[in-house]
Ligand binder design. Structure first.
Ligand code: AMP
Length: 590
């Protein structure tokens, strides 16, 4: 019980009352007169914690005027949890809760019954609500959670009078690696398997090993026969690859770089002589380049912990992940994981082929490929993580329209300068010099297929997978074939001819993209109008901030006759010279 005395005096004697409308506790009042003063005592019985922070007001009034005085209730009570709901997606994912207690409760969390440390990816925020007394509303927020964060979250709240806890579920995403995955991405999951499963797995593995040994014997026999055939036919055999000329030392290796393209790239005349010769060449399964054997590295699923989604390509989702045991000198590394959804037998074969090609390509301006993860579904490829994502988005975010395009409403990082643009172009050219030296034809060179890392490092990072988000950059012909027509020279549009020279044309368009801060080439035209312009020989206009020297380079890439186009080595050297000595450019249009 609590007693509150309101002592009043006045002439004539005032009327006195306690304002009790919003009180939850039971109460009664008593009056006592002391000469000219009056005590009005309010007695709260069995005080309710609901009245904590209530402003208890006493009003008194006579003919001469009113007066009131107030006292705030400070009622101590043990913690109670008012609600805790399962995770729901608001702007961020949130597990909403409300707790009450006086003294103020201390809040902590358990994850699946074990202690849980808050980080900047899973953090708690209290949301002030002045209308709700001492009740504390809040959220356990999650920044881009994945299936690794799925589980039960227990809110533990306590003060010196007592505590309470409640549990809610966070189901953020289905495990993209599938529930049947024997090792799983979450370490320790495997230990819950029964012994029978383990024996079954062992039997399966014995079977798989037997099949693999059989296949290996078959491959060896095939290799022997093939070597005899190659020796007989010389360099111009159907397979075209001599052991000493594997991967790009022979001119007949005009290989189309179709990796990670999973069947969406256009059919072309050089497809037979290029890619399929690799498929039929057993040496290809472990590439040999500069006399070094290179085999695809396999990364264990249990070494990968997904963090969040980075994007989605035509073939599956891309995740940021942490990967252990990738290199001897670092414990864990951030990587980008590209998954292959709904793998069929043929996409699996493509996957294997692409992985082998990627393993062979090693250059400071080609995104680094670490290996594959094939134990379980989905199949995944592991790449170095490029912090700033794709170059097209990066250019737009650092151009004059950055403020309009910026979805996060954070201030733009500042406009790219001419030396920076030249630096970006020179790095892509360097990657292209390397690809051309291997006689690889990219077919889809565009800023959307380049990635930007720390310190403005740019690498060619994608070989035809960004077709979903950038679908307007492609022109669908027939069923599934999508063509990046705005980046293609007339001979590729008209005859589907893709060569090192057609890559040069695309490089010219990439230069144009860089100097327009990521505009779409021929943005003012429809696909069919763009095709008409390109095949009629019209050129993209000189971007406003583009110095004459650079536009001359672009025009050197856009010669109608493929043989008259500049060669990538010369373009690269010219760009390097311009990086060292940038032209002075006066934007006379202001
Ligand atoms: P893709 O399927 O390659 O088109 O990738 C989809 C999106 O994921 C791209 O637009 C990039 O923003 C992002 N992404 C792909 N690869 C990487 C990487 N290695 N590092 C960082 N982000 C990447």
């Amino acid at each position: 019980s609590l007693n509150f005395t309101c002592q009043v005096t006045g002439s004539p004697t005032p009327d006195v009352r306690w304002r009790t409308q919003n009180l939850t506790s039971q109460f009664y009042t008593q009056e006592q007169f002391w000469g000219s003063t009056l005590d009005l005592v309010l007695i709260l019985t069995n005080v309710s914690s609901m009245d904590n922070l209530h402003n208890l007001t006493c009003e008194a009034e006579n003919q001469a005027g009113p007066q009131e005085k107030m006292v705030q209730l400070d009622i101590e009570f043990p913690v109670k949890i008012i609600y805790l709901r399962n995770a729901e997606q608001q702007h961020h994912w949130c597990i909403p809760f409300a707790v009450d207690g006086n003294p103020e409760p201390e809040i902590s969390w358990l994850y699946n019954g074990a202690s849980f440390t808050l980080t900047r990816y899973a953090y708690m925020q209290l949301i002030p609500d002045s209308l709700d007394g001492s009740v504390k509303h809040g959220c356990l927020f999650f920044n881009k959670p994945t299936h690794v964060n799925n589980g039960f979250y227990t809110l533990v709240a306590r003060n010196r009078l007592g505590g309470a806890n409640a549990t809610a579920e966070g189901m953020f995403m289905n495990n993209p690696f599938g529930p049947s995955d024997p090792e799983g991405l979450i370490p320790g999951e495997a230990s819950t398997k029964s012994e029978m499963d383990v024996t079954e797995n062992l039997e399966n593995r014995v079977f798989v090993v037997s099949v693999a040994v059989g296949l290996a014997l078959f491959a060896c026999t095939f290799l022997l026969i093939l070597l005899v055939v190659i020796n007989k036919c010389g360099r111009h055999s159907k397979f075209g690859i001599h052991r000493s000329s594997v991967l790009g030392t022979g001119d007949d290796l005009a290989v189309s770089l179709r990796f990670l393209n999973f069947g969406t790239s256009p059919p072309s005349s050089d497809e037979d002589s290029g890619l399929s010769s690799f498929v039929e060449n057993p040496q290809y399964f472990c590439g040999i380049i500069k006399d070094k054997d290179m085999c695809v590295q396999h990364i264990k699923r249990q070494d990968i912990v997904l963090k969040w989604e980075l994007g989605e390509g035509a073939f599956g989702k891309v995740y940021l992940a942490e990967c252990a045991n990738l290199s001897p000198d670092t414990d864990k590394m951030l990587v980008a994981i590209k998954t292959l959804k709904d793998a069929t037998e043929s996409t699996r074969q493509d996957f294997q082929r692409e992985a082998e090609l990627l393993t062979v390509l090693q250059h400071q301006h080609i995104v680094r490929f670490y290996g594959v993860c094939t134990d379980g579904e989905p199949l995944a490829m592991v790449f170095e993580y490029m912090r700033h994502g794709d170059l097209n988005r990066f250019l737009r975010a650092h151009g004059p329209d950055a403020r309009i395009l910026d979805e996060s409403h954070t201030p733009p990082l500042g406009q790219l300068t001419l030396p920076q643009m030249l630096q970006i172009a020179a790095q892509i050219a360097s990657g292209m010099v390397y690809l051309a030296s291997l006689h690889f034809v990219h077919r889809d060179l565009a800023t959307r297929n380049c990635l930007v890392g720390e310190g403005l490092v740019v690498k060619i990072g994608d070989f035809g997978m960004s077709r979903d988000i950038y679908s307007t950059d492609y022109y669908r012909v027939g069923g599934r074939t999508m063509l990046p027509i705005r980046w293609m020279p007339p001979e590729s549009i008209m005859y589907r001819k893709f060569t090192t020279e057609s890559d040069i044309w695309s490089f010219g368009v990439v230069l144009w993209e860089i100097f327009t801060y990521g505009k779409q080439p021929w943005y003012q035209l429809s696909n069919s109008e763009a095709i008409e312009c390109i095949t009629q020989g019209r050129e993209l206009e000189r971007p406003r901030t583009c110095p004459k020297e650079i536009y001359l380079l672009m025009q050197g890439c856009w010669q109608r006759e493929p043989q008259q186009r500049m060669v990538i080595k010369d373009i690269h050297s010219r760009l390097l010279a311009l990086v060292k000595n940038p032209p002075v450019y006066l934007d006379i249009l202001g």
